[in-house]
Design a protein around this ligand. Structure first.
Ligand SMILES: O=P(O)(O)O[C@@H]1C[C@H](O)[C@@H](CO)O1
Ligand SMILES: O=c1cc[nH]c(=O)[nH]1
Length: 286
């Protein structure tokens, strides 16, 4: 049997998932991961460790330190809590693409089926107050088009993005009464500063009125948040045949300011909101 999206990858092959430091010859992927039904990813390794602890306690009652399957590398972390696989993806689509390729292969070698990917993260709100949990119902690039652009064999490929509206509605409906949640368009770009129209990067040759024009264009297109991985998530998961959703809490309202709040306790509490939404959704599916 071969991987549907790559005929070169065979089920019984010796393979080394380099950035996770996992080898098919040293770990029985099917035994360890076959029951996985959800893959939850987010940027920071410590945040994803906290999520792994939270999910282990909630889903299995286990309060022990979770096993980091990727402990042989400091590129990414990888945990498992019941049927939930948890990894970090770093910042930006380049870093995301590496861990997604290796996670897709891991799921193939483990012969998992019907797996849903959830990105749990942070974002900048566009006219949305800090602490709001945004569920993406459309993803656009920095030119405000629903297209993910990537390079293949020296050629640029423009791939339309696809967001599963049933999944969005399911997630929204199971948490809308308990959280401050919004559904809307996410603008996903490759830089935190210029591409998001910030005036406070080290590099900036435009002015407040240019920023306001950009924010107005975002709002006219229905954009309610900005971040850096959504387009890649939806494109890669769609190509690989997985459903995916993005649940991201706003840590700043860009209509008011550029800099996220520096109150660590506030950020920590906000960052846990997508965890709770994910838990409710995952529980509703078990
Ligand atoms: O891991 P999260 O969702 O917090 O990542 C967002 C998007 C960028 O990777 C990063 C920029 O601060 O925050
Ligand atoms: O404004 C923000 C906040 C988090 N992540 C981003 O990419 N932008």
């Amino acid at each position: 049997m071969e991987l549907k999206t790559n005929p070169h990858i065979k089920l019984n092959a010796d393979d080394y998932l380099y950035h996770l430091d996992l080898e098919t010859s040293k770990l029985d992927f099917k035994k360890e991961f076959n029951d996985v039904k959800f893959v939850c990813i987010g940027g920071s390794p410590t945040r994803m460790l906290n999520f792994a602890k939270f999910m282990s306690k909630q889903l299995t009652g286990n309060t022990e330190e979770p096993r980091n399957y990727a402990k042989g590398t400091d590129r990414y972390c990888l945990y498992k809590a019941g049927p939930v696989l948890i990894a970090n993806h770093g910042i930006g689509t380049a870093s995301l693409s590496v861990v997604l390729n290796e996670l897709f292969k891991l799921l193939f070698y483990a012969q998992c089926s019907n797996v849903i990917f959830l990105r749990l993260g942070t974002c900048g709100g566009i006219g949305v107050e800090g602490g709001t949990v945004v569920i993406t119902d459309k993803a656009v690039n920095g030119e405000l088009e629903p297209i993910f652009s990537y390079m293949k064999l020296g050629k640029r490929i423009n791939s339309p993005t696809y967001v599963d509206s049933d999944l969005v509605n399911e997630i929204y409906n199971c948490c809308k009464d308990n959280f401050n949640v919004a559904r809307g368009t996410t603008c996903s770009v490759d830089c935190f500063y210029e591409a998001q129209g910030r005036l406070d990067g080290a590099l900036c040759d435009y002015f407040e009125n240019d920023k306001q024009d950009f924010i107005k264009r975002l709002q006219d297109k229905g954009v309610i948040n900005m971040e850096m991985e959504g387009l890649g998530l939806f494109s890669y998961c769609h190509r690989a045949g997985f459903k995916a959703a993005m649940i991201a809490v706003t840590i700043v309202n860009r209509l008011v300011e550029d800099v996220p709040t520096s109150e660590i306790d506030v950020i920590k509490e906000w960052e846990e909101r997508p965890f709770k939404v994910a838990l409710q959704f995952i529980r509703s599916k078990l």
